[in-house]
Design a binder for this molecule. Sequence first.
Ligand code: FAD
Ligand code: EPU
Length: 339
Amino acid sequence: MQIQENISLKAYNTFGIDVKSRYFARFNTTDELFELISDSRLNTTNSRLILGGGSNILFTKDFDGIVLKNELKGIELVNEDDEYYYVKAAAGEVWHSFVLHCIQQNYAGVENLSLIPGNVGATPIQNIGAYGVEIKDVFYSLEAYHIHDKIVQTFYLNDCAFDYRESIFKNKWKDQFIILNVTYQLRKNSKLNTSYGSIQQELDKMGITELSIQNISQAIINIRSSKLPDPKIVGNAGSFFKNPIVSKFKWHVLNEEYKKVPAHSSDQYNYKIAAAWLIEQCNWKGYRKGDAGCNPLQPLVLVNYGNANGKEIYDLSEEIIQSVRNKFGIELEREVNII
Ligand code: FAD
Ligand code: EPU
């Protein structure tokens, strides 16, 4: 285990932002992690960043602390009952590889979450979601290391305060815990979910007549690949903003004026509006200034065409927030973690 100094983080974030970290180390075992946390050379810095795939981060400046790259590996079937398989995955496993493993083993429930970049350890942090499924729907428990108290704690579903792109690890316990592993509860008899967006349309296009978790996963891979930029080609971190939640009254007022504002019911009193639509209406779709831009196919995704720095992407996000506020009186909230 080696602690490196002044390391470029360009290869470690999907925006491809070239900043430096004062210290950088990888851990492959929990013992290595515990050693790193106690290392006296690092006592001078309070800043620690636990890094997975770097696919939900925007670095706006050099990081004056230590980046700890989580490389814990392992997938294990730990229990089963009549309905479920309980599968434990180490935090450093690549999420999509885990999804493919589940599909191969016929463990159902994560197929709609195919092709989301990043690692297992980050999946509960913002309760990742796509195509009608969120992590909370398949979550059983996780083990996390408390940095200050130096103990490993178990969290069950009701401990995590999961919500739309939210969890207790983004709020109350932000930067307090390092997630070591997650146990998912996966169905023996699949409950296939094809109701969201264009899944059924894509399945029809594929000529699928018999549904399975395999072909739902493939349909979702096809849809995602057709509109989301591949970070290996164009830097991005997926949706830069959350879809804003507004009162039903506010939505009705907007709909009177603009007609067919894309939204769906969030709960009894509120609607979740498509931020992509708000941004498009403010003429940002396809916008580019230098190497910072707003994706032409899905404007909720901000992109780095090559050499943009984090500040340029951040400034663009600020301009977008202001214009959506001015035009619609709606406040967009960033989904990406700004460092
Ligand atoms: P990182 O970016 O490395 O970290 C994110 C945050 O979690 C940081 O604050 C980090 O410190 C913290 N963290 C990471 N691992 C740990 C750990 N083990 N313990 C404690 N803290 C930790 N997200 C969705 O929800 N749905 C989507 O459909 C989706 N699509 C995307 C498409 C693209 C093309 C891209 C680039 C991103 C997309 N995302 C999506 C966002 C991103 O993939 C997810 O948020 C993912 O879970 C981030 O994982 P990561 O390992 O890259 O996390
Ligand atoms: N739309 C436009 N203009 C566009 C594109 C979309 O007006 O150019 C409108 C359309 O009405 C469309 C709607 O926006 O129906 C929603 O678009 P899409 O289905 O692409 O989904 P999204 O709401 O923009 C969310 C998640 C994605 C997730 C998809 C699929 C958030 C912030 N984003 O995007 O998650 O993959 O749904 O479930 O909730 C991420 O979090 O990084 C992410 C990519």
